[in-house]
Design a protein around this ligand. Sequence first.
Ligand code: NAD
Length: 493
Amino acid sequence: MNWASIQSVPQLYEKAQKAFEQWSEMDLKKRISLIRRLRFVITENLDEIVDAITKDTGKVELEALSADILPVLDGLEYIEKNATKILSPKRRKTPLLLLNKRSFVEYMPRGVVLVISPWNYPFQLSMIPVVSAIVSGNCAILKPSEVTPLVGAVIENLFHQANFTANVVQVAQGDGSLGSALIDFGPDYIFFTGSVRTGKIVQEKAARKLIPTTLELGGKDPMIVFADANIDRAVDGALWGAFTNCGQVCMSVERLFVQNSIYQQFVDKIVEKTNALTQGSGDFDLGSLTLEQQKNIVKEHVQDALNKGAKMLTGLPPEAWSGDLFIRPIILTNVNQDMKILSEETFGPVLPIIPFDTEEEVVLLANKSNYGLSSSVWTSDQERARRIAKKLLAGNVVINDVIVSVANHYLPFGGVKQSGIGRYHSEIGLRNFCHEKAVLIDKGKRPFELQWYPYKDKYPAFYTLIKSLYGKRRAWLKVANSGLKLLKQAKKK
Ligand code: NAD
């Protein structure tokens, strides 16, 4: 593996800046055609990519294919289809006061974008921000997670195979110290995905240099099930939402609220189904955790909950866990807000279930969190679902399903509170990587503008104009004309 040294950071930026000169001048259509080629190259290399993802993360093959690679292909196709419309100049209205002028918004690439990505969906969370950045003409330096270097190498190779101009995308492999040095050098934009802890460090450093950022951080997502929901569907949804990718999803269901009248029935069903989940490497329902450090966090949260009186309905207590990274999925009841399992991101196969009675109560409970990434509401009453969706403090709400809003690239994605700053996907996901430039055009034929010097005698004219244009009684045509006349006369004097 080629690890990038801290000393190589200036060179990485030098190469990126050089590549930017040519890449930013390239016709958008040409850049899009390269992105299309990249999509084809990905589909031609599926086996190699799946192999790298599963080896790096311990996730099962189907999850690598369906939840890490497929969203990238869909995201690239979204960009191919929509980038021209999203990034082309937009005509805007011009107010009466700016007579005879036209207004536009243009999108100018920022320069060199630093993308720092995590290990849980190492392909998707690197590729989407990188391609979203480069389509408008930026160059990107990608620092993938040190936990998933094989995926980083595969990504580098894919851009190479798709014949991208050299150094438009550079992959710099290394740990947090490299990420830190890359920020210190001063990229033009930082797109960071990772933990709240690191996100705060990144934001603090960026603030010192006034570097704009997008932060996609952790979550503690609530799932709310009402008694009138399709219960079997909700049980299966909770099972998948909590345990897919071994619970290492920023939008995992980490708090499940079930209405009291169906609570016991729901718990019995989900316990039975959880016990039936298969686990291993290959064609199984669950893979393993990705790294020892994550296992320690999960262990700490489960132990804390058990020490404080939680009941474990499936899985094993931490002292009975084997030495490897495979942990049987755990369902906990009798949990409360004092436990880490309800207040901190666990990022593992653990599902705490909490009963509730009323809408008001569950909204309060769900919003009682420092996080606000995603959430879901399960009910057959669409009105109630929409009412609750409005009240949830989260960047994303899914009704009668989990997680999947992120799979629709026509929707923005991101969190509120400590789950992040900014959005990506959709229009905003491409425009974030651009300076939005206001352009106002005058043909330059008239000899003067009303607000220009000299000011002499213009005060009464502006006074009349303001009254007529913005006052209660808009006799504006008549009075504005007389105001304009007065201004022109003042100019001629
Ligand atoms: P992490 O914060 O430990 O690391 C993320 C990246 O930051 C890695 O590439 C790491 O090397 C780098 N890094 C570490 N220290 C740094 C520093 N001081 N300066 C610059 N870069 C530094 O996160 P992780 O453990 O890789 O990922 C798991 C976390 O990511 C979870 O909290 C999860 O919820 C979150 N996540 C969020 C989203 C989202 O879209 N909101 C998606 C996936 C994961």
